[in-house]
Design a protein around this ligand. Sequence first.
Ligand SMILES: CC(C)(COP(=O)(O)OP(=O)(O)OC[C@H]1O[C@@H](n2cnc3c(N)ncnc32)[C@H](O)[C@@H]1OP(=O)(O)O)[C@@H](O)C(=O)NCCC(=O)NCCS
Length: 153
Amino acid sequence: MDQPFTYTILQATLKDLSSLRELEHECFGADAWPLLDLISALTMPGLVRLKADIDGKMVGFVGGDAHRNEGIGWITTICVLNAYRRQGIGSALLESCEKQMGLNFVHLTVRVSNISAIHLYEHKGYHQVDIWRNYYNDGEDGLILEKRLAPLS
Ligand SMILES: CC(C)(COP(=O)(O)OP(=O)(O)OC[C@H]1O[C@@H](n2cnc3c(N)ncnc32)[C@H](O)[C@@H]1OP(=O)(O)O)[C@@H](O)C(=O)NCCC(=O)NCCS
């Protein structure tokens, strides 16, 4: 049986651009972010950018955007290389991003057909609060999921 991977969650920087590009391409295909969006994700002040690293190789990434005026943090992207899935890396990236954003509510958008991601989110305490019709380029609907991290005061 395969040994479990030992990974570390680290801050991502612009030095990770080419790795992130490859990761996004493998994980999202036609939905992969364009180069300028990737550069923004790795450089814009205030954004959360974390990578899962195994021996210097980026095997996963999560982006977060804390909308502090609304009290809602958005998970903007999350992905793990296929060969490293189902080892808890996606969960660890998600939890680290939630923690870094430090807000009571976290939201994200997911394709209605993305069953593996929906399973991950439900597993981590997210539930559907809305549906955005025709949200994706090909017309697929997006589910808006929410997680409450702290009780309402
Ligand atoms: C979604 C994604 C990030 C999950 O990463 P991961 O490292 O495999 O996630 P984890 O190992 O932390 O999975 C945690 C739990 O989520 C659920 N889950 C994850 N992948 C699943 C799958 N393919 N089928 C069913 N459940 C799944 C399981 O409950 C799993 O726990 P278990 O392995 O103990 O059963 C990864 O599949 C991915 O990169 N997909 C492509 C990109 C993508 O769709 N991103 C989301 C965009 S909204």
